[in-house]
Design a protein around this ligand. Structure first.
Ligand SMILES: Cc1ncc(COP(=O)(O)O)c(C=O)c1O
Length: 331
């Protein structure tokens, strides 16, 4: 299997918006799009996207996980970027139809089909730094992906950064390319200087999220993660893991967590920390790096609760456990 996100299905679903509204979606080549070099997105970053997955079940059916949640977030991102409002029913139909077309290419477990809806401002106007793009393009790309954990889920090394921010605080809950651009420099520097896999952004000691995943701490029967606010991305996996944890009888504490509390709790032998996201699922964190010191998280190895939560989520996604919350949509 190719490197995550580098292989694409030959066609994508595409629609565009102008004064007459959204066009009828079409299936077109996924190799290229055409737009004016002065397009709004290329200058003023009017872009947002989503990431969700379709799973192949043993009965031959293909099932998309929590598409309604991703569509809500896509709608919110588009609005907050002043892009044209999306038509959620239309985008849902586009996703289902293009996945249906490539049903036979959805990898079997532990693989899946990663779905990438993307919405960009296309108005050719380099004078609109402070005005919205009145036209846009929305397309749905498909990328078959393999096992993110091939070779074992090695616990991650995470740099705790109390000075930087991932993005501007009012942009955190928008899934927009600009936020990733803003975090890239610091992440590359952390990889180079302390061999960190990721940065956990903790501005003024407030534990938020990493560059591409949410953060959760597991202390015995309690799961602790930051409560939702506008400063970070409201992950669908985060919500799913918290729901599964509640179903298992765990205590879920959505509240602020400081770096000092995090480091204090990390000393306990049974503590676990993990990153949650569509790509990462639930990836264990083994080490925190803080002010040039390394702090092992518990034993430094993947903990039993992390593995149990991840297994339960995977079992629901792959149809091996009852989907009691109706998270799956058959295509
Ligand atoms: C910055 C950031 N936070 C959190 C997440 C997790 O979101 P989700 O669980 O919806 O994939 C992602 C994407 O995976 C992300 O890019």
């Amino acid at each position: 299997m190719a490197i995550f996100g580098t292989e694409f299905m030959p066609e994508m679903a595409l629609t565009s918006y102008d004064k007459d509204g959204w066009t009828k979606p079409q299936h077109v080549s996924a190799n290229s799009i055409s737009m004016h070099p002065g397009a709004h997105v290329l200058h003023y970053s009017s872009t947002c996207f989503e990431g969700l997955k379709a799973f192949s079940h043993a009965d031959g059916s293909i099932n998309i996980f929590r598409m309604d949640q991703n569509l809500n977030r896509f709608e919110q991102s588009s609005r907050l970027l002043s892009l044209p409002d999306i038509d959620k029913q239309q985008v849902s139909d586009m996703i289902i139809e293009i996945v249906h077309k490539y049903k036979a290419d959805v990898p079997k477990p532990p693989g899946s089909m990663y779905i990438r809806p993307t919405h960009i401002g296309t108005e050719p106007s380099i004078g609109k730094a402070a005005a919205a793009s009145l036209t846009s393009l929305l397309y749905v790309l498909l990328s078959p992906v393999g096992d993110y954990f091939a070779g074992g889920a090695k616990p991650l090394r995470i740099l705790l950064d109390e000075k930087g921010v991932r993005c501007a605080p009012h942009m955190g809950m928008i899934k927009s390319g600009g936020n990733y651009a803003s975090a890239l420099g610091p992440i590359l520097a952390a990889k180079e200087s302390v061999q960190a896999d990721q940065i956990l952004f903790c501005p003024n000691g407030d534990v938020q999220e990493t560059g591409a995943a949410n953060f959760i701490l597991i202390d015995g029967n309690e799961i602790i993660t930051k409560a939702l606010d506008s400063s970070f991305l409201h992950g669908v996996t985060r919500d799913s893991i918290l729901t599964i944890a509640r179903d298992m009888g765990m205590t879920v504490s959505e509240r602020d967590l400081s770096v000092s509390e995090l480091l204090e709790r990390a000393k306990k032998p049974n503590i676990e920390a993990a990153l949650s996201g569509t790509a990462a699922v639930l990836t264990p964190v083994g080490t925190f790096i803080h002010n040039n010191e390394e702090h092992k998280v518990g034993t430094g190895e993947a903990g039993p609760t992390t593995l149990k939560l991840r297994q339960t989520l995977n079992d629901i996604q792959w149809g091996r456990q009852k989907d009691t919350h109706n998270w799956l949509v058959k295509v």
